[in-house]
Design a binder for this molecule. Structure first.
Ligand SMILES: [Zn+2]
Length: 128
């Protein structure tokens, strides 16, 4: 399960993200429960892009709610940050985003898209 939001510069993206958080957390929980094979989940390891602190908070928040009464209740959520891969729309070069600039490394274009930055992925779980 991956959520790709390609155009990180488009307006309304934040609203879109918020609406997705709940569903995203539900999907992550479902996936974790499936993998847990009826065992109590102790820890969930998730991969998330950088600059996603707010999203971490919402996922934790929704998880608490959604996992109540299930084997996912009380599981520790661990977030691992992954680099965001960007693609230039002008020269099609790909590179990793850093704090300094979001322009293309190769041609200085500002027309770049995120290939992976908004994804949250379930990497692994630990069960009792
Ligand atoms: Zn370029």
């Amino acid at each position: 399960m991956t959520f790709s939001i390609l155009d990180i510069t488009s307006n309304g993206i934040n609203l879109k993200l918020v609406m997705h958080e709940f569903k995203l957390t539900q999907n992550l929980l479902d996936l974790a429960l499936k993998r847990a094979n009826a065992k109590q989940i102790r820890r969930v390891n998730l991969l998330i892009g950088p600059f996603s602190d707010d999203r971490e908070e919402s996922i934790r928040f929704y998880w608490k709610d959604l996992a109540k009464g299930s084997l996912g209740e009380g599981a520790k959520l661990h977030f691992e940050h992954t680099p965001v891969e960007m693609k230039c729309l002008d020269c099609t070069g790909t590179f990793y985003l850093d704090d300094e600039t979001s322009m293309c490394r190769f041609c200085d274009s500002e027309r770049v898209q995120s290939l992976s930055g908004e994804d949250v992925r379930l990497e692994s779980i630990e069960v009792e």
